[in-house]
Design a binder for this molecule. Structure first.
Ligand SMILES: Cc1cc2nc3c(=O)[nH]c(=O)nc-3n(C[C@H](O)[C@H](O)[C@H](O)COP(=O)(O)OP(=O)(O)OC[C@H]3O[C@@H](n4cnc5c(N)ncnc54)[C@H](O)[C@@H]3O)c2cc1C
Ligand code: FES
Ligand code: FES
Length: 493
């Protein structure tokens, strides 16, 4: 087996002697690449953003920005990364390197003062710069389309400012950064990173890396992974590592054995069939968002409110459900969509409705030797859908309460109601009493007011630093009133 190594800015770099719980941020800094900064070590600030070559959505390879503080270096064995240092091209001997177009725009538009956040912004910006469907710029029609769709959050160059939602700057202020983002053009034909997108991304390496008594394993197939889990049920399974990274950095957790499942082909499929959609547990949230492209409206409402682009570039549905957290954002949505989970072990697979999956605080029916292989969403979808996330900040915040609705309303009567709730009990729950209070009734103010009363009393919300129990209950009721107001406004306008 080839020794574990990462290609960093074009140079093969061994991971040894770093331990399996060393993250890419420290791996880079220890090797002198100190442009990658540590601000928080928990995925909140983006100062550590780097680019990874991953299988692309529209091209063979996408340059994807990730939080280096959350990814174990061993998870990138055999992969290619580019740091802020690698974006500039080397100049003639004795001359400074030529800045990358993104760096150039940030410099000339005053997008950097103390500079601490800047390399992270540059990498997130470069990822968006290379997004193949950002702006074709091959003909004047596509330029005109982009200019027409421009708004406060989307530049005339197709630049989506949400690509920077995981990056914080404490001193420059965001306007010059936005100016730089909205000024970048399209990559030129001889741009090496643009050219790199046309070749396949590196295959996942079969990693077995042991150092300081702990081991990082990357099996090649689901069968190998489930067999390993049977032999080592104490092993920690890691997909995007956005939760695991925080556990290691902030809560000092360590594992004797980590098993990476994020590149298992059986967990990476996304299929739309006639009666259901199946989403592999290790497809990243960004990939789901881009590949479904709004065809599941509830998911399309969820993603922009889920963490930041940087986190969504790595985070998965398997990881969100794997933690069993009562405040994860996907469970309310998936409950409203009546999703089920496909749980795989070394002997086969079983299907469990999500409504029967959670058994207690961070507990589920999943056994330690089982993996979530995929999430299955039945079709057709209910036409009225909404996801309301109540949090202290609009973006990149944990829910105080989350409510997902999926309703079928025919001739003014609620034929079917499915409501998923997060943050109001020890587990995500279905609001069964509220569903019953709506079904068969007219979708009018009287029904909705009565059902909102029922919804306020669902679950057992508690008071904590995010919100009081009274506030959580009040928000549940308001959420239904808001949905009613929005749907009736849409009908009357
Ligand atoms: C800054 C920040 C912001 C965040 N914001 C949000 C937010 O807005 N909403 C939200 O819901 N979450 C949020 N999260 C939490 C996290 O990003 C999500 O839970 C994400 O979906 C986890 O996916 P992952 O692949 O990174 O999980 P990992 O960290 O890889 O794994 C998490 C857990 O799930 C288990 N697991 C992973 N995959 C599987 C599988 N296929 N089968 C069985 N078990 C599995 C792992 O063993 C581990 O215990 C945030 C995290 C950070 C750091
Ligand atoms: S150091 Fe803050 S996101 Fe990584
Ligand atoms: S330039 Fe100082 S934190 Fe952004």
């Amino acid at each position: 087996m080839v020794a574990a190594r990462i290609t960093v800015n074009g140079k093969e770099t061994p991971i040894a002697p770093d331990a399996p719980h060393t993250f890419v941020l420290d791996f880079l800094r220890e090797r002198g690449l100190t442009g990658t900064k540590e601000g928080c070590a928990e995925g909140e600030c983006g100062a550590c953003s780097v680019l990874v070559a991953r299988p692309g959505v529209n091209k063979p390879t996408d340059w994807v920005a990730v939080n280096a503080c959350l990814v174990p270096a061993a998870a990138l064995d055999g992969q290619e990364i580019i740091t802020s240092e690698g974006l500039a091209t080397a100049g003639e001997p004795g001359l400074p390197p030529t800045l990358h177009p993104v760096q150039e725009e940030m410099a000339v538009r005053g997008g950097s003062q103390c500079g601490y956040c800047t390399p992270g912004f540059i990498c997130s910006m470069a990822s968006e710069y290379y997004r193949p469907d950002r702006c074709a710029h091959t003909d004047s029609a596509s330029d005109a389309d982009s200019a027409e769709n421009a708004d406060a959050e989307h530049g005339p160059n197709g630049f989506d400012l949400h690509s920077l939602s995981g990056n914080l700057c404490r001193c420059t202020g965001y306007r010059p950064i936005r100016d730089a983002a909205f000024a970048v053009g399209a990559p030129t034909e001889d741009d090496p990173l643009a050219q790199r997108r046309e070749q396949a991304a590196p295959e996942p390496a079969a990693t077995a890396y042991t150092q300081d008594g702990s081991t990082f394993l990357r099996p090649r197939t689901l069968a190998e992974a489930t067999q390993l889990l049977r032999e080592r049920p104490e092993a920690v399974v890691v997909a995007g590592s956005t939760d695991w990274g925080v556990e290691v950095n902030i809560r000092s957790r360590r594992a004797e054995c980590v098993i990476a499942i994020d590149r298992l082909p059986e967990l990476r499929e996304l299929r739309v069939e006639s009666d259901h959609i199946e989403i592999g547990a290790a497809v990243t949230l960004t990939e789901i968002e881009r590949r479904l492209d709004g065809s599941v409206p509830l998911l399309a409402e969820l993603f922009p409110q889920f963490a930041s682009r940087l986190i969504r570039n790595s985070g998965t549905l398997g990881g969100n459900l794997g933690t069993g957290s009562p405040i994860g954002d996907s469970p309310p949505v998936l409950l409203a969509l009546e999703a089920s989970l496909l749980l795989a072990d070394a002997d086969g697979e079983r299907e469990v409705p999500l409504a029967e999956y959670f058994t207690g605080y961070r507990q589920s029916v999943r056994r330690p030797d089982e993996l979530i292989r995929a999430v299955r969403i039945p079709l057709p979808l209910s036409p009225v859908a909404a996801f309301h996330k109540i949090a202290k900040r609009r973006f990149d915040d944990i829910s105080s309460v989350a409510v997902a609705f999926a309703l079928e309303i025919e001739d003014g009567i609620v034929r079917k109601a499915r409501i998923g709730l997060g943050g109001v009990a020890a587990t995500p729950i279905r609001a069964l009493a509220t569903e019953a209070a709506l079904e068969g009734k007219p979708w009018d103010a009287e029904t909705v007011e009565a059902a909102a009363q029922v919804l306020r009393a669902q679950g057992t919300p508690m008071s904590d630093h995010r919100a009081s129990s009274e506030y959580r209950a009040a928000m549940l009721g308001k959420s239904l009133l808001k949905l009613h107001a929005e749907t009736t406004e849409a009908v009357s306008s």
